[in-house]
Design a binder for this molecule. Sequence first.
Ligand code: NAD
Ligand code: MG
Length: 396
Amino acid sequence: MNRPLQVTVLGATGSIGLSTLDVISRHPDRYAVFALTGFTRLTELRALCAAHRPRFAVVGDEAQALVLQQQLHSDGITTRVMSGEGGLDEVAGHPEVDVVMAAIVGAAGLRPTLAAVQAGKRVLLANKEALVMSGALFMQALRDSSAVLLPIDSEHNAIFQCLPSSYSQGLGAVGVRRILLTASGGPFREFAPQHLADVTPEQACAHPNWSMGRKISVDSASMMNKGLELIEACWLFDARPDQVEVVIHPQSVIHSMVDYVDGSVLAQLGNPDMRTPIAHALAWPERIDSGVSALDLLQIGRLDFQKPDDMRFPCLRLARLAAESGGTAPAMLNAANEVAVDAFLSRRIRFTEIASIIDDVLNREAPVATGCLDDVLAADRRARQLAGAWLGCNGR
Ligand code: NAD
Ligand code: MG
């Protein structure tokens, strides 16, 4: 029998990280945990190390690494603890690693995800922000390496499953007319727009269908998540922004669709549980049990569709504009959004001001072409400065 594939889980303490470990632990013959990384919730990381016995763990800084190393030692666990960007790069690109789950949230995930691509791993991409920021460079790094990139975002995983075989053979999406990117519409889909200014972080994080980390929950509520996903889809599937149509589908049963020139529309359906795309990407092109229960369409009864409302969800429009502008615009959009969401979660701004900050940042600086990673990181820093300045003038 083949040896189990060695898996690094970047962002193991998060929502996607934990779902990944759930799927992996159902298949000990196929997968073994090589490394786990965490930045927050280090008590959980300690417990995960006890359960999965990885060779390495990575935390944010040296002081945390020392504490965790001592705790693991007293637990009788031999995991070696490393820290910082260097530690992340090492476990992402380690020669003994086969699969890397990229599930760090935000721009912090870019470097280790790229390291995994450059090292030729099977990369399971949950960290959409990495691709949004650096799309052209990221896809070039992918072409220059032997890495295999599989989308974890449920929509992109669905699209991947519905695309023709020519796509996975590197021959392009032959015969595809449009991508239909579905969106639940989040918790505020039916809120009166005038009440959106007063919603709280708790309301924004209470997603009707999915249980997720706080940042992506706020992004879903503002529909910036769908905006980031639109940009993600353009890079992954080599589509123009006008070939990606966003469709609100409140039940989150259809995870996205592909529309072909002959009028056929292929959809992927399933219960809203991230273990399905995770299991798909881990085992592709095979199929394994994910622990997700079978879809009961009779119980669901109906599937609804609506057009997104640009007035209620200006973030979606801003993301489409950034996708069309290209260059550094998506990196700036992403960075401004990260700062704004953080400020909203710490109650420094209103929900509706998330879009105001992003709009302001994008208007202050014209996008330029990105030649290398430093250009992307400079745009990210600049947008954070501009968003910080907005908060200095207007934040609470
Ligand atoms: P989460 O907040 O639950 O977890 C984030 C993980 O990243 C944690 O392990 C945390 O320790 C780590 N992390 C945070 N900041 C870090 C930093 N500066 N350096 C290193 N590590 C850091 O988030 P999540 O919901 O699991 O989402 C993870 C990624 O997956 C995001 O990019 C999100 O957009 C994407 N995604 C999530 C879902 C979902 O259902 N949760 C669905 C699709 C895509
Ligand atoms: Mg998604």
